[in-house]
Design a protein around this ligand. Structure first.
Ligand SMILES: [Cu+2]
Length: 467
């Protein structure tokens, strides 16, 4: 969600008027990529005073940042050394059902599983991976299991910019250093179940208040990921405007200048930050108050501004950044005239269409390659960020207001009493795909459903007819 948008960047942002032959640049050659990923318990020092018992990928918190290129054929050799079943969900990637890491494919303790997928052309962007076992997603992510994925395109128009990855998460600790995960029927557990679990310690890349160095005049590309169970970040960098250049599924067609930007759970944003300060200056990335709560359980401190990281200007003299392209890429519109069904998803507290998740039930049956419109209607007084597995969608409108520009998304935050509509095409991969609220406590308690995409053998015929 973007607040106070300007569709034309101001003069603070020099842009090229046009970039010819933007779409004629070569693609990457296909290459095989093999990765070994192990989830295991570990003790790390996260906060002063006492070590914390965690679950981590490859001994790191967050897990290693994985970089792929469009066209890569990826094999992830995953090993579960945890004392409980887990999965690895490749959030936002378009891949086969058996590699989605959904609750349908648990990996038992001591077992191995190979996730095999090809990074599809046109999907360059920022993604993340995290566990998705039945009922235990919130617990395992709170214990430390998440990591960032960057997918690169050969024709990335911003490839010359210095990049920063900013994965934001929050947590809560007991005095002995352990992660505070209250019993579900305790007063704290009941509030966590309602609000989604929030923590008073906010981590950026696994650290509290880290520093990013910027040079005066420099333009940096920030990839921001909200890996929090429930906390929503309304980001601002006082004294700076930001260029919003991309979201979940990669770059927009054109940059959009913003003063602040809201990143809901599991959403990603790509921002350009311009060093308009002077050498030696200091700025702070803030999370401004964001009221997503029902009044009964709204936290007492909800309207406090929080500090996330320091932006420190280097002492070097100002530099002149190269002008930015005015057009970043082309995003073909999914055509509403091709939609063959409309689906209504009514969100209430903990339920979708009045039901809780049942792995034996299919909530939406659809055909491979079909294009459909989903309307997500939130009937209750708190926000629910809605996520669909497997397929990126294009938002059509929110509360009836047409989306001002196209982007590829896999999460849409549906504010209290709000409605969002998107269009999606079930391309390439049949299977059972989850859709759910990405407040992890809501998801784990059943605010989830199943889309089954079936291959009836006619997908190619439909495609040639123009779908
Ligand atoms: Cu929810």
């Amino acid at each position: 969600m973007i607040l106070r948008r300007r569709t034309t960047p101001s003069r603070a942002w020099p842009v090229l008027v046009a970039l010819a032959s933007l779409w004629a640049l070569p693609a990457f050659a296909q290459r095989p990529v093999e990765i070994t990923l192990t989830a295991a318990p570990a003790q790390l020092s996260l906060i002063a005073g006492a070590p914390t018992d965690m679950f981590v990928y490859n001994g790191q918190f967050p897990g290693p940042t994985l970089e792929f290129r469009e066209g890569d054929r990826v094999i992830v050799h995953f090993r579960n050394n945890l004392p409980e079943p887990t999965t690895v969900h490749w959030h936002g990637l378009h891949l086969p059902f058996t590699s989605d890491g959904s609750p349908f494919h648990p990996v038992e303790p001591g077992e191995q599983y190979d996730y095999v997928f090809t990074i599809r052309p046109g999907t360059a962007g920022t993604y993340w991976y995290h566990p998705h076992p039945h009922h235990r997603t919130g617990y395992q992510i709170a214990k430390g299991l998440y990591g960032v994925i960057i997918v690169r395109a050969a024709d990335d128009p911003l490839r010359s910019l210095p990049e920063k990855v900013i994965v934001i998460s929050d947590n809560r600790f007991a005095p002995d250093g352990s992660i505070d995960l209250p019993a579900s029927l305790s007063p704290e557990g009941i509030i966590d179940r309602e609000n989604g679990r929030e923590g008073d310690v906010i981590f950026v890349n696994g650290a509290v208040m880290p520093t990013i160095i910027i040079r005066a005049g420099e333009v940096q590309r920030w990839r921001v990921i909200n890996a929090s169970a429930a906390r929503v970040y309304r980001l601002a960098l006082p004294g700076h405007t930001l260029l919003h250049v991309g979201s979940d599924g990669g770059l927009f067609e054109r940059p959009v200048e913003v003063d602040e930007i809201t990143v809901a759970n599991a959403e990603r944003v790509e921002l350009l930050v311009r060093g308009t300060g002077a050498p030696g200056d200091r700025a702070v990335l803030q999370a401004l108050p964001y009221d997503r709560y029902i009044p009964q359980t709204r936290p007492r401190t909800w309207n406090e501004t929080r500090e996330l990281l320091t932006v420190q200007y280097a002492s070097q003299p100002p530099m002149t950044a190269a002008p930015l392209p005015a057009v970043l890429r082309r995003i073909p519109a999914l055509d509403t005239a091709h939609a063959t069904a409309k689906r209504l998803m009514v969100l209430t507290q903990g339920m979708i269409n009045g039901q809780m998740m049942d792995p034996a039930r299919v909530d939406v049956g659809a055909t491979l390659d079909a294009t459909e419109i989903w309307e997500i209607e939130n009937l209750v007084g708190m926000d629910h960020p809605f996520h669909l597995h497997g397929f990126q969608f294009q938002l059509l409108d929110r509360d009836g207001v047409p989306e001002p520009f196209r982007s590829w998304k896999d999460v849409v935050n549906v504010p209290r009493h709000g409605t969002a509509r998107f269009i999606v095409r079930y391309a390439s991969y049949p299977g059972k795909w989850m859709f759910h609220c990405h407040i992890l406590d809501h998801e784990d308690h059943g605010m989830m459903g199943i889309l089954e995409v079936r291959d009836d053998g006619n997908a190619v015929a439909r495609t040639t007819k123009g779908h």
